[in-house]
Ligand binder design. Sequence first.
Ligand SMILES: [Zn+2]
Ligand SMILES: [Zn+2]
Length: 262
Amino acid sequence: MLIDSHCHLDYPQLAADREGVLRRARAAGVGRMVNIATRSTDFDAVRVTAEQIDDVFCTVGVHPHHAHEEGENFSTEDLIKLAAHPKTVGIGETGLDFYYDKAPRDIQEESFRRHIRAAQATKLPLIIHSREAEEDTIRVLKSEGPSTGVMHCFSSRRILAEQALEIGFYISLSGILTFKKSQELRDIARDVPLDRLLVETDSPYLAPQPFRGKPCEPSYVVHTAQVLAEIKGVSPEEIGRQTTENFFRLFTKVKPLAPAGV
Ligand SMILES: [Zn+2]
Ligand SMILES: [Zn+2]
């Protein structure tokens, strides 16, 4: 079994053929999918999708790209309340994106801090989006005190992987791992202990090779796992077993039952 720890099933590219997307994911051995929230206005749809589909879970949070549009729509208290839903299994995605800089950096940071506090209160994992913001991501996390979670779609410099591992976080790899230009990322992945890795698609974005440039979907997580297996010198089955075990250790609200709907 593989788990797609980060996808956006309600984005139009995937919602248009939901049945097909789910069928292909299950046929590829994807046993769980986490449907990630990115704004307060979309959360109801994200949650309803998780309510309707046994093997889909969801998160609650505001993407750093939208931090300035949201104001304080999602206060720490709001996040805590919404996280009580049985299918809401994580807080995010949140974090800092200084590459696109869509929201002012201080507003991204304030939003990030609200999410960290909600994760601490609920003991749920944070789903962190960090781009060109290695030092600040760690600075903010450390200043708020202990929390746990995952550096999703990891594509940062080595320093963030090292520091994240040090404070107990996991590293999640997406299709970027399979891109030709991603040698530095593959070198980092080789050095991350196998018991701290997750895999994801971040679909509909970032389709792995050989589908690069096409809309991505959860079934493609297989290709990222395949490349990770080559990097680690283990079988794809071992990657599936280990990343699944890691996922259940981190996402404690998701119970390791038999795959649904296969
Ligand atoms: Zn992201
Ligand atoms: Zn995402």
